[in-house]
Each structure stands twice: as C-alpha cells, then as structure tokens.
Design a protein around this ligand. Structure first.
Ligand SMILES: [Zn+2]
Length: 116
C-alpha cells in the first residue's frame, strides 16, 4: 500500500483544512498497514471524515459487535433510489441509499432490545 504523508511531499504546499481532516481520517483508518480494523478505529475514522463533510446522522447500522452510526450521503453522491427501512419497525430512515437490511431507526435504537 502506498501511503503519502506530509513529509513525502517534495514541496510543502499549504493544505486546506478539509484535506487535513480527510488525511487525519485516512491515517487512523490505515494504521500501520493491514491490521484488522476495530470498531473504535472505524468510529475515529468516521468522526474525522464527518468533520470535513458535516453530514447528517440519520440512524444506526446493527452488527454483531455493536452499532455504527449511519449518515446521510455527502452532497453530490450517486445513491440508490431505494429507501432505508428500519429492520425492527419497517419505518423509513432515509429516502435513498437503501436497501440496508441492518439499519435501525432512532426510536428502535432507544428501546430496550426485547421491546423492539
Ligand atoms: Zn424502527
């Protein structure tokens, strides 16, 4: 894997704030190479990315290891025209980017698991 760090640049161009944030996210995500990603690292990565995109938090994705925050797509993204529905109540979470079969809405996320 090729990794470009700031010190690899022959000329040190000033970087935009957005680019710095994206690189900060990429550095967290890449780590030392091919290490298996952890939930914590993933969330740190997403958080850095979010700072550069200011995307809307729309719900959660449920996985064996826990919940991941689900965000609206960045402006200008190409998305599917399928709704994202909640796996528990079938309510609409978002009007595009679906289907996602493990999405959970805020209401169900806040409920006790046995009450969903
Ligand atoms: Zn729901």
């Amino acid at each position: 894997m090729t990794h470009y760090s700031n010190t690899d640049n022959p000329v040190d161009f000033p970087k935009s704030e957005k680019r710095k944030q994206i690189e900060a996210g990429a550095n967290i995500h890449a780590g030392d190479g091919y290490e298996i990603g952890t939930k914590e690292k993933y969330e740190a990565f997403v958080e850095k990315r979010m700072e550069s995109e200011a995307r809307e938090h729309i719900g959660y994705i449920e996985r064996e290891e826990g919940y991941y925050k689900l965000y609206a797509p960045p402006k200008g993204s190409i998305v599917t025209h399928a709704f994202i529905l909640c796996k528990y109540c079938n309510g609409s979470i978002y009007h595009c980017m679906g289907p996602k079969y493990d999405a959970v809405c805020f209401t169900c996320y806040d409920k006790e698991p046995e009450l969903r």
